[in-house]
Write a protein that binds this ligand. Structure first.
Ligand code: SAH
Ligand code: SF4
Ligand code: F3S
Length: 464
């Protein structure tokens, strides 16, 4: 009988991708994915370490799984508990010590080793049962291997992802922003070769995906090897991918995320005006608008550099929807610095954005800086920033009223007969229509534009 695998995914899209790949690795061992945690034989908690709150979730969730395991064991069964992702990578030692009932702590670069590690966990359990190590520790696998995990992940996709597929083309970060854990949890920048990416795109399309999001912590730092042996740029890759599939999948949509301003070269900017399938949306975080804060963050660019990139992007693609990430209350940030963030937002004009209060992360240089900003100040700034960003996204969405947008429907809404899709600008679009199915890609007349979503109706029944 198939064993049931439940995966809980936190954090970014890279974790969503990794979770799918872990399921692919375990499928040949007889594990089938389940959406109901209660009948799982194995659970993987794929964790995020980016902010304190995200990391804390793991320990409270583990409490629940400990009880599930005990109950299963009392009945003569078991539940294998694995912790994966960035908390596993960053706090693996602590996890195996604090939570000895966890069978396996698996870092972000070791997913291809799951079968071997599971077999070891199994052996340890048999050996330990009843003996002095009955309550022994789980297995820890957090070293960074010399070879990329991508070379060892299986080709087979075990579960069709639905209308939107994720494809990791790059992993890791060499930027070392002083607030960020990612360079430590994901390791150095690595770019997959173009041919491996093209093959994975083909496999995704065979499952029926209609949109592919190319992923990387610094996706625009991708400089993978092309078939000719030279290093390609992301702009070139996007052109090749688009051309390659233009005949067989003329309506396929491409996106890429997340980009760093320092890697936004002219060729990639030009691609936004030239590559038909590339969506007019870009997530380009800046974090803050003050050059002093950007410097302290080690971002490697000034506010002005960012604004110039945005200007060039809009010259290449006038309707480009811009998105960003912001942090308020980075150590040393003054009221005047924060005012410059507001000013930058006014100039750049965002269609959407994520903003966070600075969270001091252990091991990062930022956590050691003097002049940590009091929580109340960071919170107040966050609220002021969010009010401005909300105004902008509402204005962007309201300007879409009356327009016909192309919507790919991805998931059910809360109301019966309602589905939620994404426009080319990445807006969530709600449509209620009895004939609508997930995977439909249809023109939608926008009736209402709100702060976080749009509502509309199907414009016509035929394809857009
Ligand atoms: N690689 C991407 C995203 C990294 S994490 C990039 O370079 O933009 C996603 C976002 O989380 C970041 O853009 C940043 O805004 C936020 N973030 C990262 N570390 C943080 C911290 N210590 N406190 C608050 N927000 C943080
Ligand atoms: Fe983190 Fe900066 Fe790297 Fe992005 S570029 S992952 S924010 S260190
Ligand atoms: Fe979180 Fe790791 Fe992604 S820290 S944001 S899961 S890279």
């Amino acid at each position: 009988m198939a064993k049931k695998l439940f995966i809980k995914t936190h954090g970014c899209q890279m974790n969503v991708y990794d979770s799918a790949r872990m399921a692919d690795v375990l499928a040949p061992l007889g594990y089938a994915k389940t959406e109901t945690p209660d009948d799982a034989d194995m659970v993987i908690i794929n964790t995020c370490h980016i902010r304190e709150k995200a990391a804390e979730k793991v320990f409270s969730e583990l409490g629940h799984w400990r009880i599930r395991k005990q109950t299963a064991q009392a009945r003569g069964g078991d539940v294998t508990i694995a912790v994966a992702g960035c908390v596993a990578q960053a706090e693996g030692e602590e996890l195996v010590n604090r939570a000895p009932f966890v069978d396996l702590v698996i870092g972000s670069q070791a997913y291809h080793r799951l079968p071997e590690l599971l077999a070891r966990a199994e052996r340890a359990r048999v050996k330990g049962s009843g003996g002095p190590h009955a309550a022994g520790q789980g297995i820890l696998a957090t070293e960074f291997p010399a070879e990329s995990k991508f070379d060892h992940l299986p080709d087979e996709i075990s579960t069709a992802p639905g209308p939107v597929g994720y494809l990791a083309i790059q992993e890791g970060c060499d930027k070392f922003c002083t607030f960020c854990v990612v360079p430590y949890t994901r390791g150095a920048e690595y770019s997959r070769p173009a041919e491996a990416i093209i093959r994975e795109a083909e496999r995704l399309m065979a499952t029926g995906v209609q949109e592919i999001a190319l992923l990387g912590q610094n996706v625009n730092a991708w400089h993978g090897e092309g078939p000719d042996g030279s290093a390609w740029s992301l702009g070139r890759l996007l052109r090749v991918l688009n051309d390659r599939f233009a005949q067989s999948h003329p309506r396929l949509r491409w996106r890429y995320t997340t980009s760093h301003p320092r890697e936004m070269d002219d060729d990639l900017i030009a691609a936004h005006g030239e590559v038909a399938g590339l969506m007019p949306f870009l997530h380009l975080p800046i974090q803050a608008g003050s050059d002093a804060v950007l410097k302290a963050m080690n971002r490697g660019h000034r506010a002005e550099d960012y604004l110039r990139i945005v200007e060039k992007l809009r010259a290449a693609r006038p309707d480009l929807a811009l998105s960003g990430d912001f942090i308020t209350g980075f150590p040393g940030e003054t009221d005047a610095d924060f005012e410059q963030t507001l000013q930058l937002v006014r100039e750049a004009r965002y269609a959407a954005a994520y903003s966070f209060k600075y969270s001091a992360r252990p091991g990062t240089p930022g956590s050691l800086l003097p002049k940590q900003v009091p929580d109340a100040v960071s919170t107040e700034r966050l609220h002021a920033l969010q009010a401005l960003l909300q105004q902008q996204s509402e204005a962007f969405n309201r300007a879409c009223e009356g327009r016909v947008l192309d919507v790919l429907f991805e998931r059910p809404g809360r109301q019966p007969g309602q589905l939620i899709g994404r426009s080319q600008y990445m807006q969530a679009v709600y449509v209620s229509d009895p004939g609508l199915r997930i995977g439909d890609f249809l023109p939608v007349t926008i009736a209402g534009g709100y702060a976080n979503s749009l509502a509309g109706e199907i414009a016509r029944r035929e394809a857009a």
